[in-house]
Design a protein around this ligand. Structure first.
Ligand code: F0G
Length: 445
């Protein structure tokens, strides 16, 4: 795919971001020069995926495309029950709608915004149990996405299956730098979950990147194929939720898996009401075809090697310029540490948001705040507190940008860094109750 890049001037961007109420989500995409808002649904599909779409079988029930999709998912993920959804959050909505009750606690290494919101929406309490290394900006631990196993064990012993309907782990850990989770951590979570009789689900969005990190950094996996590492990861779980917009290269799609036929029956009843018939679930036959191709391509180790290297190129380039960035590099994105970038701005004055606006003004680059704007407000009480971290995420779409685009990004961030002391904090002018970062309106303090 080739897309035109429209170049804007600094003066034009001043006006465009003001009209978007200083929220990059509210910009028109064509007014963005390099779009690093997300790696979700923005990847370039291959000629094979496009070819597969041409044979999409759009039959309402039992389409050939469904069976190709189901067989591929079963082969890689290993679960019996496969439920297609229009994207990852629809899978979460159905799963949590079934399992979570008011006052339930759902632990995760770190919930992403939609999992958190879907749990809160049905009255549950999402709990982040991230390992200590993740909080140490200087640690070069290879698996900073890991769950805190001791904390999980204590929680499970204290609350039991009565209050914990499901334990989740997110691979890679999107909210904490796109950092991977080790196989041994997954194995430990599984052991704790099994011994307490609690189902264990993997939020699998970036499973292939996670598998390749395991291959590169976890002893014993050097010679194991990425696909077999992925199979082993899922073999420890009772189910998964997946967004095909990430590690399946697709523009849309997702699925929910388990080995629980009884639960899946109830989930399909909900699916029919909200998504569609169980053999297409909110997707066109051609989408099912593209996902089946993408799930195989994403496990190509030449691709994975290049993918992780290209993210590391940006992270190390920033680090070499003295710019505070989460290290070691994660898989899908570069995370600037906005609190250390702008130490004169308090968390409740949204340093990550201010940095996102400045980066747009500087280079027309769009990124997303992952910090106090995204996670700082309790949707029920309206109380606000600083998030654990204030990051600015620059997510890299798969197979889209080249090294010269990334050099431009490095240059723009460095220019903002050089004038950082003149950057002001921000305030929220207007915000909705749930998922406020998508539509909140801001202004400079
Ligand atoms: N889980 C994780 C870890 C995610 O990163 C996302 C989406 C979802 C679930 C939901 O999937 O978008 O298909 O409904 N993350 C995107 C992002 C939006 O920009 O990181 P979805």
């Amino acid at each position: 795919m080739i897309e035109p890049i429209k170049l804007t001037t600094r003066d034009e961007r001043e006006q465009l971001i003001r009209e978007a109420h200083y929220n990059p989500f509210l910009l028109r995409a064509e007014d963005v020069i390099i779009d690093l808002l997300t790696d979700s649904g923005t990847s370039a599909m291959s000629s094979d995926a496009w070819a597969a779409m041409m044979r999409g079988d759009e039959s309402y029930a039992g389409a050939r495309s469904w069976f190709r999709f189901r067989d591929t998912v079963q082969d890689i993920f290993g679960f019996e029950q496969v439920i297609p959804t229009h994207q990852g959050r629809a899978a979460e909505h159905i799963l949590f709608g079934m399992l979570v009750k008011p006052d339930s606690i759902v632990p995760n290494n770190t919930h992403f915004d939609t999992t958190r919101a879907n749990i809160e929406f049905v009255g549950g309490k999402p709990l982040d149990l991230i390992c200590d290394e993740a909080n140490d900006i200087n640690s070069d631990f290879a698996f900073k996405g890991n769950m805190d196993i001791v904390a999980l064990d204590e929680l499970v012993k204290a609350e039991g299956p009565e209050r914990i309907p499901v334990i989740m782990v997110t691979v890679t850990n999107n909210s904490v730098g796109g950092q991977p989770v080790s196989m041994s951590n997954i194995r430990e979570i599984s052991r704790i979950a099994k011994s307490a009789g609690i189902p264990f689900y993997i939020d699998a969005c970036r499973f292939a990147e996670n598998a390749f990190f395991i291959k590169q950094n976890e002893p014993g996996y050097e010679n194991t194929a990425a696909v077999d590492i992925a199979r082993e990861m899922f073999s420890y779980a009772d189910g998964c939720t997946m967004s095909a917009k990430k590690d399946a290269f697709c523009n849309i799609g997702g699925f929910l898996c388990s080995n629980d036929a009884e639960l899946a029956l109830q989930e399909r009843n909900l699916l029919i009401m909200t998504e569609g018939f169980p053999t297409y679930g909110g997707l066109a036959g051609r989408d099912l075809e593209a996902i089946a191709v993408g799930l195989r391509e994403v496990l190509d180790e030449n691709y994975l090697d290049y993918r992780l290297l290209s993210t590391r190129y940006v992270v190390e380039g920033l680090h070499d310029n003295g710019i505070p960035v989460v290290r070691p590099a994660g898989g899908h994105a570069v995370y600037l540490d906005a609190r250390r970038f702008l130490p004169h701005i308090e968390p409740l004055q949204y340093p990550g948001q201010a940095l996102s606006v400045e980066l747009y003004l500087e280079g027309g680059i769009r990124a997303v705040e992952i910090g106090t704007v995204m996670f700082g407000s309790d949707p029920h009480s309206g109380d606000e507190k600083a998030a654990r971290l204030d990051l600015l995420r620059l997510a890299i779409p798969r197979r889209v940008y080249t090294q010269s685009h990334m050099d431009y990004v490095l240059e723009a961030i460095t220019l903002v860094w050089e004038r950082r002391s003149s950057i002001r904090g921000m305030k929220i002018v207007k915000a909705p109750q749930f998922l406020r970062h998508f539509s909140a309106e801001f202004d400079w303090l």
